[in-house]
Design a protein around this ligand. Structure first.
Ligand code: ADP
Length: 500
């Protein structure tokens, strides 16, 4: 099949979170299954900073935005694995410090920026004469695409056979804009109604995508269930229930060419499931040095990497760290950026417990890998987690995940109980109720096993490291979905033709 994969962030060009990892690796997995994949993404300033060769394609797009015409250029970047990457350059919109915001505030023209992006993605199909079967859209930034296809391009030559898939990576981010931004979309006001693009008086771009897409996916089976009711549906639970028959949960995969301790270039020492004890010990020492932690080989080291947002359970984490740091020898390695209040909270904790809490309030890819390798355990006490990638990385790196059983965390981490240890399915620790005491009890369970039952601990690490969460199976599920949507669309068109 010919897939146009449209995403507002793609590793290695740009990244704020898991969407970038998925958009960097799923297209390669689809190409490995024999499909033609073209990835379309903005040419942000970040994309230029990695020294990747971005070649101008000599193509200019002229995109109507409200009453103006905005020009954009197309750049191409050859990538290994047979995936074509096209970057849309528009300096006023994309040559900025951040992807979506600066100093914690969203850019005020985000709607305009991503309307431009969606329209440019639609137009480049015609301009480059691409053959496309499926447009795979990701999150609100691409939510307008399915509507454009069905409303404006439905009968345009070359677009008639195209179907769209809308993947939800996080329901908490929906692209809400004031109603006047409807003018920017160029679509008729008649679509601004509660059944289509409007949501409580605002324009909602994720809802738009969910209404107009042929198929909807989200990134784990559990999350696909959770978002059909409150609170995880974030107001769109009725829309999702109504489209329930077209909603599938497909778990994200890992790109093991980037996340594998055997080959990871960021590590002090590479290691595998056969020599993880010595390998992780060296990585732990290097991490302790890097973060100014006491170089104690036996102290359990617990890692956290992520956006410092409410979603990630930082209030639980801070409460447990505060409680433990005064009494226990456990160490904490924390890497993240996000909300200023969490920056302040963690800075205060780290200052109060030097040598026990290593904190980096930055976006550092190298350190993210080093924490996975150096930590004995990895914390994800999330309020909600559509899929979560860090727990999958931590399984591979032998950093036993401690998670709240929600979304993709529930689907991938099996709590260590007597029964699951015996049958060999345990790969981590989990808890259900979002309470600091529950996290505390779970951390205590994990630390007790780490200290007192080294053989059982080794069993847990080994199970996780041997598991395969690569893209292969999930990429195959996307292909099946594309094919079934394309077949449905063909037969609907044939029926339409028959009645004309
Ligand atoms: P989300 O998509 O909600 O942010 P995921 O667990 O799915 O969460 O993916 C997060 C990705 O972003 C991981 O690859 C993680 O390593 C990376 N990441 C998050 N914050 C940072 C940071 N401060 N520095 C480096 N990498 C980070």
């Amino acid at each position: 099949m010919n897939v146009l994969f449209v995403s507002s962030e793609v590793t290695p060009f740009s990244k704020t979170g898991g969407l970038a990892d998925v958009s960097g690796s799923l297209p390669t997995a689809l190409a490995n299954l024999g499909h033609q994949v073209t990835v379309v993404t903005p040419a942000y300033r970040q994309a230029r900073q990695h020294g990747l060769p971005l070649e101008p394609m000599g193509q200019t797009l002229e995109i109507p935005i409200g009453t103006k015409l905005v020009q954009g250029q197309l750049l191409r970047c050859p990538r290994p694995g047979g995936v074509n990457v096209i970057l849309i350059e528009q300096q006023d919109y994309f040559d900025r410090d951040g992807l979506y915001q600066q100093d914690g505030h969203d850019y005020t023209d985000n709607c305009e920026r991503f309307v431009f992006f969606c329209r440019a993605a639609m137009e480049l199909i015609r301009q480059l004469d691409l053959s496309v079967d499926v447009i795979h859209c990701n999150d609100w930034q691409t939510g307008l695409l399915p509507a454009l296809l069905r409303i404006e391009y439905a009968h345009a030559r070359g677009y008639e056979e195209i179907v769209t898939v809308m993947t939800i990576h996080n329901m908490a981010y929906q692209g809400h804009f004031w109603h006047w931004d409807m003018l920017l979309t160029g679509l008729d006001w008649k679509y601004f109604n509660w059944r289509q693009m409007e949501f409580w008086g605002n324009l909602n771009l994720l809802k738009t995508g969910l209404i107009f897409a042929d198929g909807i996916t989200t990134v784990s089976r559990r999350y696909a269930q959770e978002i059909q009711s409150q609170p995880m549906g974030c107001g769109l639970e009725d829309v999702l229930r109504q489209r329930g028959a077209d909603l599938t949960g497909i778990i994200n995969g890992v790109d093991y060419s980037i996340w594998d301790p055997q080959t990871d270039p960021h590590l002090d020492t590479n290691y595998s499931v056969n020599d993880w004890r010595s390998g992780k010990a060296r990585c732990k020492q290097a991490l302790q040095r890097e973060l100014g932690l006491a170089e104690s080989p036996d102290a359990p080291l617990l890692g956290f990497v992520g956006r410092l947002a409410d979603q990630k359970g930082l209030d639980l984490l801070a409460s447990v760290i505060g409680q433990w740091a005064g009494q226990e020898d456990a160490q904490w390695a924390i890497l993240g950026t996000g909300e200023p209040r969490y920056h302040d909270l963690l800075t205060q904790l780290a200052a109060a417990h030097p040598g026990k809490i290593g904190l980096s309030l930055a976006f550092r890819d190298d350190l993210a890998h080093q924490i996975e390798a150096g930590a004995d355990m990895f914390l994800m006490p999330s309020r909600f987690e559509p899929c979560g990638l860090n727990q999958l990385y931590s399984l591979k790196y032998g950093a036993v995940p401690i998670v709240r059983a929600t979304g993709g965390l529930a689907d991938t981490v099996c709590d260590a109980t007597e029964a699951t240890m015996v049958n060999g399915t345990a790969n981590g620790f989990s808890f259900v109720d979002y309470e600091p005491e529950e996290l505390e009890r779970t951390v205590a369970r994990a630390v007790a096993m780490y200290r007192n039952e080294p053989d059982r601990w080794a069993g847990l690490v080994g199970t996780g490291m041997r598991q395969d969460w690569s893209w292969e199976a999930s990429a195959g599920k996307y292909v099946e979905l594309y094919a079934s949507l394309a077949a449905r669309h063909r037969s609907a068109r044939a029926n339409e033709g028959g009645t004309n």
